[in-house]
Write a protein that binds this ligand. Structure first.
Ligand code: NA7
Length: 551
């Protein structure tokens, strides 16, 4: 094991209340709350600063697909008022500045060990504590282990033959160099046309001499219609803020809506509404009519509308045909939000290669060879996504009660109670874990809800002098079955998406996020009923809890 003392700081050890893994928006808020309640806490973060996904995803064009005003913490109105977003959809540097502002304002950095990866965690059943070890030789005991590791934090290169043989520089959108990349005068190849590729390709095209895009699956994308935020936008936001907060604190999302209105409308009325929502722009397009995500007929109409827009935008009709998504219902893969994506294919220096027609045979030392052609590049970009939702958790050797490994417990796909806890892994919590709304919701709102629930739970445990909380396997099974049943009522399972684990060969195909309604209410009911579905025990009160935190 590495020796932390040789790497700029002495190793961290001892006994504390909580370890928080990850210093993105989940980890930072968790640290704020735990410290405020007097818990002793240590954060670990692999990056050298805060920001999580916004720390790593620095590729040109990276932007949030949730409007900025709603992509802010709601737990501090003072913070809300102090921060001024400049654009409807904030770009990555601005979001990272916001994360840094939060870290500075609440003095969070002293609580976090940066450039440190948690590599293993073992639950000690005799002490009701986790033994947490890192790649810098830290080893500490913590009663609570909180995984704020994010849903999209393990970038992946696909297992294409020769993928590591390319001799020029290669980049992954999810781990972009901090100093930036200058593609001027270069011929570049880009593999992948998900949200990251769709945001980055127009930016690459403005700089590189030539861009070849390798597309396996054509994706639906809606223009962002991004604009600077005006004073009036901010005023309007504050006027509707109480209603927004009421909605955020309400029972929680539910996908789908009622298809009846759409079905009762005429095709012209439906089209008009699609036009209006397209004009507004963004992922809200999916809310044009209730039922887009549950009713294949309404969905097909929405998909046809977008295909029509692509046809109108892209001049070369063969390219336009290739860009029209045709193998999954709209919305069942993450809908993309773009700035000039389809227009970019009208540039003379951009070419689309449809891998459905001519698949990649291999990456070569000089470029890419498809079944039809050989391409020479100066640089290669992988916009090929992440081992989403479970990859980062499973990269840590997590051993729960009786030495059971998380990777075995999740061999058939992730199983978690409410997406918050895993049976067999007491005292471990996942912020926006699989089985919770997470990536299908506004992540900031879901993070806040989870942090507040977990902190409420820990406070309760401390007040009752309890030291172990364990999800009940039956409650977990029932929740997992419910998550699946709800997903099966939608069109989501029809797509080979990362929501389904389908982007990773061999990963079990399980729909991971929760799309049902009333999630927040369900969590609150569970807590109010004395943490129904959990076993709470307190056999092993230990020194740290008694000394530091006895009331
Ligand atoms: P995504 O959405 O997972 O997109 C990855 C892209 O890479 C997608 O177009 C994939 O095609 C493509 N891909 C993956 N493997 C291959 C191979 N072997 N050959 C060719 N193309 C491949 O990741 P993003 O980073 O764009 O976005 C992730 C999320 O971040 C996004 O949804 C937002 O929530 C923010 P496929 O569709 O698998 O055929």
């Amino acid at each position: 094991m590495a020796d932390g003392s040789k790497m700029g700081r002495p190793p961290i050890g001892g006994e504390i209340d909580a370890v928080v893994v990850g210093a993105g928006f989940g980890g930072m808020y968790m640290l704020v709350k735990l410290r405020a309640l007097g818990f002793s806490v240590q954060g670990f973060e692999a990056g050298h600063d805060v920001g999580g996904t916004w720390y790593w995803n620095r590729y040109p064009g990276a932007r949030c697909d949730v409007p900025s005003l709603f992509y802010s913490y709601t737990w501090s109105e003072e913070l809300q008022k102090a921060w001024r977003w400049t654009e409807k959809y904030a770009a990555q540097p601005e979001i990272l500045r916001y994360a840094n502002h939060v870290a500075d304002r609440f003095d969070l950095r002293p609580l976090i060990a940066f450039e440190t990866r948690v590599v293993a965690a073992q639950f000690d059943e005799t002490a009701d504590r986790w033994r947490v070890t890192t790649d810098r030789g830290d080893e500490l005991l913590a009663r609570w282990l909180i995984m704020a590791t994010g849903c999209l934090s393990t970038p992946r290169k696909p297992p294409i033959s020769g993928v590591d043989s390319f001799q020029g520089p290669t980049y992954h959108t999810g781990a972009w160099p901090h100093e930036g990349v200058d593609f001027s005068g270069m011929r570049i190849g880009v593999i992948g046309t998900g949200s990251s590729g769709i945001q980055a390709i127009p930016q690459f095209a403005k700089q590189a001499e030539h861009v070849t895009v390798f597309q396996r699956t054509a994706n639906y994308s809606v223009p962002a219609n991004n604009t600077p935020l005006t004073e009036k936008d901010i005023e309007d936001f504050w006027k509707m803020y109480p209603a927004y907060i009421a909605m955020v604190k309400g029972p929680g999302m539910g996908f789908g809506g009622n298809p009846a209105n759409a079905l009762a409308a005429t095709p012209q009325e439906r089209r008009q509404r699609f036009e209006e929502y397209w004009g507004v722009g963004g992922a809200g397009f999916l809310a044009a009519w209730g039922g887009i995500i549950t009713d294949i007929d309404i969905n097909t109409e929405a998909a046809d509308f977008v295909r029509g827009k692509i046809g109108e935008t892209v001049m070369d009709q063969k390219t336009a045909e290739s860009l029209k998504p045709n193998d999954h219902p709209i919305g069942t893969k993450r809908i993309c939000v773009d700035i000039d994506y389809f227009q970019t294919y009208n540039r003379p220096n951009v070419r689309l290669v449809n891998l459905k027609e001519t698949p990649i045979a291999e990456v070569t030392p000089t470029g890419v060879r498809t079944t039809d052609e050989t391409f020479a590049f100066d640089a290669l970009v992988f916009a090929t996504g992440f081992d989403a939702m479970t990859g980062t958790l499973l990269a840590i050797d997590i051993q729960g009660a009786g030495g059971a490994k998380l990777k075995d417990a999740w061999a058939e796909g992730p199983k978690a109670y409410l997406g918050l806890a895993v049976a067999g892994f007491p005292n471990l919590f996942t912020i926006t874990g699989p089985g919770s709304p997470s990536v299908l919701s506004n992540m900031i709102n879901s993070i806040e809800q989870h942090v507040e629930w977990i902190v409420g739970c820990l406070d309760h445990m401390r007040g009752q002098r309890l030291t172990r909380i364990a999800a009940d396997p039956d409650a977990q099974e029932a929740w997992v079955a419910h998550v699946r049943r709800v997903a099966d009522k939608t069109l989501f399972p029809r797509a080979a998406s990362w929501y389904m684990g389908a982007n990773i060969p061999g990963k079990p195909r399980v729909f991971m996020p929760y799309i049902g309604s009333g999630y927040r209410q369900k969590c609150e009911t569970v807590a109010a009923a004395g943490y129904e579905g959990f076993a709470l025990t307190g056999a092993a009160l230990t020194r740290a809890t008694e000394d530091v935190h006895a009331p």
